[in-house]
Each structure stands twice: as C-alpha cells, then as structure tokens.
Design a protein around this ligand. Sequence first.
Ligand SMILES: [Zn+2]
Length: 354
Amino acid sequence: MSILTPFYHFNDTRNALRPLERIDNIREAAKDFRKTMLAKPKVRFYKSIELIRVPYPAKYGYLNAFALPTPFIHLCNKLFVIQFDSNEGVKTLLVSPSDWENQRETPFFAQLDQSAGPFSNQMEKLIVKGTNTVLNALQQLGLHPEDIDYITYDHLHTQNVTRWLGGQGQAAIFPNAKLLVMREEWEGTLSLLPWQNQWYCPSGIAGIDESRVELLDDSVFLGDGSVAIMRTKGHTEGNHSIVAHTDQGLLVTSENGVSMDSYAPIHSKIPGLASFAKRTQAEIIINGNTLECGNDQYLSMIQEKSVAGPWPKDERFFNMALSSESDGYWLFPGTKPTVRMGDLEFGKLTLTTQ
Ligand SMILES: [Zn+2]
C-alpha cells in the first residue's frame, strides 16, 4: 500500500553483544531519525481525548521502584485522533481507540471485579471513572465512523478490535478502517502463552477479515511522513510506538511507561523513583506487568525518549504523550506524577465526508 514507507534507522542498533553499546547505538540512531522526521511536514490535526480512568497495580506500573504500600495507581486511557496528508488525500487515524465498555472479559479486569466480591459495584463506581467513549468523542468532533481510515494500538492488551472491524457475525462499526499492527503482535495475540493471556481480551481479534489488517514487518512512515509507527519491542513482543510531528515537536505515544516520570525517574517526586534511579543508575522505570522482553523494554524506552526529545514546558522531562497516563487520585496516596502531558490539540480538523 502506497501510504506506508518503511524506515530502517534503528534496525542494527540492538545487535551489539554488549548491552551498553546498544544504548549508544540507539541514541545515535535517534538523533538521525529526529533530523529526518523533523524535516518532514507536520500532521494536519492532532487531539488526545481522555476515555476512562482505571486502577492498575502500582507494583507493575513502576516496577521495583515505587516505595509506598498503595496498591494501585490510576491510569487514564486516551484516544488520539490524528489526520495526515497522503498522495491519496487526507487520512484519519485513531490511536488507541479502547472500546472499554466491551473489553471487560479480559481476565485481569474480570479478576479485579471478583476480588472485590459483593463490593464490586461500589468499588467500581469509586475507582473506575468513565469520561468518554470513542464513538461519542468522534461525534463531538463531527467525525463519522466511515471517516476512519486507520486504527492502531501500541499493543493489543485488553483491546476488543473485532467490534470496530467486524467479525464473528458482527458488522464493522468502522466500515473503512484498517488495523496497523506489527506482525508479531498479531500472531502473538492469536496464540498466547499462559504468561501473556491475563492481559488480552478473549476473542479480541477473532474473526477479523485479513483484508482489514495491515501486518507490519518494519517501522513505517505514514503518508507524508508526519506520523511514524516505530517498533519498540518490550512491553510486548510486537509493541510499537506512534510518533507524530506537531507544533510541540515529536510526540511519542507508548505504554512501555505509565507516566512522564517513568522516563525521567531521577527528577520524579513519586516516592521511590528517584532513589531507585540513583541507586541503580536506571534512566527509565519499566511498566512491568508482563515482562515479555525486559531488556528490550529498557532499550525501547531509551529509544522513545531520545526520539521524543525534551518536553518544551520542562526540559528535564520528555515529550511523551502516553496512551495510559497515570494521574493522582485521593484513594491512591503518593501516586501523583510530578508532571503530566494532559490533553493536547494541534492543527485543524478536516471533515472528509458530509
Ligand atoms: Zn499492556
């Protein structure tokens, strides 16, 4: 398909036998990649929209670093609506459209419900905060389901994609959309180890027609190069990050980390993070629920922050627009991140149908 152009800046960076050399290679490649991408056009439109806040174990969110007994952090799941130019016209991409009302069968969520027993309803009301749905957010923008050309997720944990693209007797809600996904993530989701399966929605991609899926073997630029899908194996084997060129520089979306603090722990006020970073010299804190590929996740987070570059509002932090960005909550003391990206909007929306 002509709107995808592969790029190879990072391909050989992880071949070094010595892991620290891989870091040097990644930083060099990131400098080169930034130069390439910043010379390309900006996206036409970029907007992030909060969908829902859910509890997530602190021991996973800040692996080995969080110092308090608070069991959960609050994760705020976001949708990103991005429009870019291509030689086929303006394209609309949804990043991380979580159909959260229809992914509760994910074993991790189901268990959370069960462990609360008879209090499950009350607990849910207290700690799960639904703000918006994907379809409602699109309607608020004036977009129709048929306007969506592509959808993508940094990885497929908890996602129910069948509802969007159709399958198993359900009609597609987005009749024209294609899923952009790394081949490993797709194949992995079809054949999960017990080690992985707690985090995937059963039948989350079941029955989706192959013609609706673009399996990626390489990192790629989309359209005019204002958006990139960059391989960042770690959190899952087929993980990728989304890079968008905006008025705020290159914004990188991922779930390898759960807050901007995770990418600059030495400057974090979250109890435990800075001291862990000092003690171990760790430059990042891993979001470690599955640890599918721990060393690679460390390297991928270095890659992500090197590509993102400094956050313009406070250059000690990085330009990371996370798909699940933690926020503080009164029930979860000590978990408020030092800084947050919050919601972003750049450019002007193009309405592609009337
Ligand atoms: Zn995940």
